[in-house]
Design a protein around this ligand. Sequence first.
Ligand code: ZN
Length: 72
Amino acid sequence: MSPSPATPPEPETCAVCGKSTANGRGFARVVVGGRAVELCCPMCLKVHQEREVKRAEEERTGDKFLGWDEKW
Ligand SMILES: [Zn+2]
């Protein structure tokens, strides 16, 4: 029997850079798919939002575009 620590329902580290956001030090908290995500600063919030947009776009175009990079 290993005493597995209970997973906290809400993260206390920045989802982008991993900095601690405990004790109200976070800049923003967004909920993605029912999961709370902490961001430590406006920059990380922006990066996170851009990631989410990109992911949503990939999911939408995924069936006709198999992950090729359009750059070349
Ligand atoms: Zn951060």
